[in-house]
Design a protein around this ligand. Structure first.
Ligand SMILES: [Zn+2]
Length: 309
């Protein structure tokens, strides 16, 4: 049993908030657009969280949260409790943990959204489903871009917030990237890139990678080529990881993971073809869906109290 926690998962487009009761149930889940304020981004965020927190707590007034779990996007220094940089939301080296602790009058467990979604998948989701405790793993979140969380010998690799930027590491055939580098994985192997490249190649606008997958299933060779190039790019990155940190499992989440075996099966095949004596990782889908971040925030709230989840 845990005390109740107040949980927030702050992304570039929306914020998820919930109250977690002592049995681990998420109550009063809210999802609202993240407010933008370029002049005072950190202050505006904390103000919005405070309002959201009140709304969520009003749904179960008997529950008094004992701690807050707060995850944010961008570059995050978990140790120092600071949001170093968010391209979307605009803060620079903001002491978000301490600001939240002051606003709520509670201990705050603070972390990075993708890193903690990965930790939650290992603890409660895909990692737990693999049975024996996985100590070396990578969570790849493939959506508009590609984000990653790395776990080596049972520990998350943070490097002051700079680790896990796999989406912005070059792959063969990669294109110019808005980040300023050339060849980034995101330019081929993201759901965003698949949709964009298909529209450019065919002149047909599509709403997302799902429509490209449907076109491929209907026999469209351009769709098949672009899908394959995405798979090859992701497989290249996974093979590099196999040689550098040798994960036992690669957990695939994000919008593109909804393609299921249409993505995973060719991905496994391509990764296998690139490896020799290396440890071949299990490539499995994420299981917690949109709640992975809130579950990760739960782990951080428990950590803030020194409790074991
Ligand atoms: Zn880039």
């Amino acid at each position: 049993m845990n005390p109740p926690y107040l949980l927030f998962d702050v992304g570039g487009t929306d914020i998820k908030a919930a109250l977690c009761d002592d049995a681990g149930n998420l109550l009063g889940i809210r999802r609202v657009p993240t407010r933008r304020d370029t002049a005072q981004p950190a202050e505006t965020l904390i103000e919005q969280l405070h309002g959201l927190g009140s709304d969520v707590m009003a749904e179960a007034p008997a529950l008094r949260p004992a701690a807050v779990g707060l995850l944010v996007c961008g570059l995050v220094d978990e140790q120092r409790g600071r949001g170093l940089f968010s391209a979307n939301l605009g803060w620079r080296d903001a002491p978000l943990r301490d600001m939240a602790a002051r606003a709520f009058g509670l201990p705050v467990g603070f972390g990075h959204d993708v890193a903690m979604a990965g930790a939650a998948e290992l603890e409660f989701g895909a990692g737990a489903a693999l049975g024996s405790k996985v100590r070396n793993a990578v969570m790849l979140v493939i959506g508009t871009g590609v984000a990653a969380a790395l776990f080596v010998d049972g520990r998350p690799v943070s490097a002051g917030g700079y680790a896990g930027e796999l989406g912005h590491a070059a792959v063969p055939g990669g294109l110019d990237c808005p980040c300023g580098a050339h060849g980034c994985l995101e330019t081929l192997g993201s759901a965003g890139a698949i949709a964009r490249r298909y529209a450019q190649a065919t002149g047909t606008q599509v709403r997302g990678a799902r429509e490209v997958l449907e076109a491929m299933a209907a026999g469209d060779p351009t769709a098949a080529r672009i899908w394959d190039e995405a798979v090859q790019a992701i497989a290249f990155s996974i093979a590099q990881l196999s040689a550098s940190i040798a994960p036992e499992a690669v957990i695939i989440g994000g919008g593109l993971a909804q393609a299921g075996e249409a993505l995973l099966e060719p991905l496994r095949h391509s990764v296998r073809s690139r490896l020799s004596y290396h440890r071949e990782p299990l490539i499995v889908p994420a299981q917690l869906g949109e709640d992975a971040g809130l579950r990760g925030a739960f782990l951080k709230a428990a950590e803030a109290l020194g409790a074991k989840p």
